[in-house]
Design a protein around this ligand. Structure first.
Ligand code: FMN
Length: 324
């Protein structure tokens, strides 16, 4: 399949695996890229720039296809060593970076000078336009359905994607709620040039996480996610569990006076315990509504081939009959 995104990134299929904390290790990124999509290593999961350099080298040993690195810019009292991470990316010869969170403008010159293409993930048309205006090469438009941080506007993809298509000149992919060939064709129909998936890639054989995490996604329905940290304007869509219930109870009882310190225990540093040890109630963890469409744990190649076969079937058989 040829779209502006496959051309921009030199990939076979317009399918991207979004950065995921304590999930996006070299094993998953390489498996997605080897299957014809674009795999992405999550930069900040690596504790230091040196660790990221080693992870990039490990990924290169597993694939000769393009892959990317996610850099998430979060407000922090003591910010991570972003210059060091950017150096590790450039020195490692990585040519694609997915940015997310705050405005990435400061980091574009060193990346662009090294020939790196930047796809910025955003949750609103105005942020997508801002990304375009500062020189990002593409954007990933994350609808309200998405796992992780959907922003505060609550606009689902059926509205957000055509709105983005109306306004943007640079290529963009649909993100949030994407799972199969139907999602891909719908994303293309709404004006996107491909799709980005998080939760769906988490439930694959190569995702280097505990089996309990994959089982929880397969068992979940579309009704099983919750929005936490709304009062802090740092909304996150997570799978419902004991930690989410504890957190929401605190938000309810403390009302507008709730602070990050009040919920620290449910959100800070919990990912290794959940993703690696499989302690499913250790804290809250990002998960999309799309869990309701996920019923198996295939390999990345099986998943991507299935998506493409289903998309071709819809485009070449189902739709032409209706159009005559
Ligand atoms: C477990 C998990 C962890 C995530 N961590 C990050 C992250 O560290 N940085 C980031 O930019 N996005 C992160 N995301 C968001 C994904 O990259 C992607 O945008 C989102 O999952 C798309 O929605 P979907 O889950 O409905 O496919 C995470 C998502 C999940 C499910």
């Amino acid at each position: 399949m040829k779209t502006r995104i496959t051309e921009l990134f030199g990939i076979r299929y317009p399918i991207i695996q979004g950065g995921m904390h304590f999930v996006g290790f070299a094993e998953l990124a390489a498996a997605v890229s080897n299957a014809g999509g674009l795999g992405i290593i999550t930069g900040l999961t690596q504790r230091t720039p040196e660790d990221l350099a080693r992870e990039i080298a490990r990924c290169k040993a597993m694939t000769d296809k393009p892959f990317g690195v996610n850099l998430t810019f979060l407000p922090a009292v003591k910010p991570p060593d972003y210059p060091g991470y950017v150096r590790a990316i450039v020195d490692g010869g990585v040519k694609i970076v997915e940015t997310a969170g705050n405005n990435p403008q400061k980091w574009l010159p060193p990346l662009h000078e090294a020939g790196v293409r930047i796809i910025h993930k955003c949750t609103s048309v105005r942020h997508a336009l801002k990304a375009e205006s500062i020189g990002c090469d593409a954007v990933s438009v994350d609808g309200f359905e998405c796992g992780g941080h959907p922003g505060e506007d609550d606009v689902p993809n059926f509205i957000l994607l055509p709105r983005a298509a109306e306004e943007l000149k640079i290529p963009f992919v649909a993100s949030g709620g994407m799972a199969d060939g139907r999602s891909l064709v719908a994303a293309l129909a709404l004006g996107a040039d491909g799709m980005n998936m998080g939760t769906r890639f988490l439930a694959t054989k190569e995702a280097p996480v505990h089996q309990n995490v994959k089982d929880a996604i397969v068992a979940a329905s579309e009704l099983d996610t919750r929005l936490v940290m709304r009062p802090l304007r740092n909304t996150e869509r997570v799978l419902n569990n004991a930690a989410a219930e504890r957190l929401l109870e605190k938000e309810k009882s403390l009302g507008a006076s709730v602070t990050f310190d009040d919920i620290f225990g449910e959100v800070a540093g919990v990912y290794p315990r959940i993703m690696q040890k499989g302690e499913m109630d250790a804290g809250v963890w990002s998960c999309g509504m799309v869990a309701g469409l996920i019923r198996d744990v295939p390999t990345c190649a099986e998943l991507i081939e299935r998506i493409m076969a289903e998309a071709r079937e819809i485009i070449t058989r189902r739709l032409p009959v209706m159009a005559t």
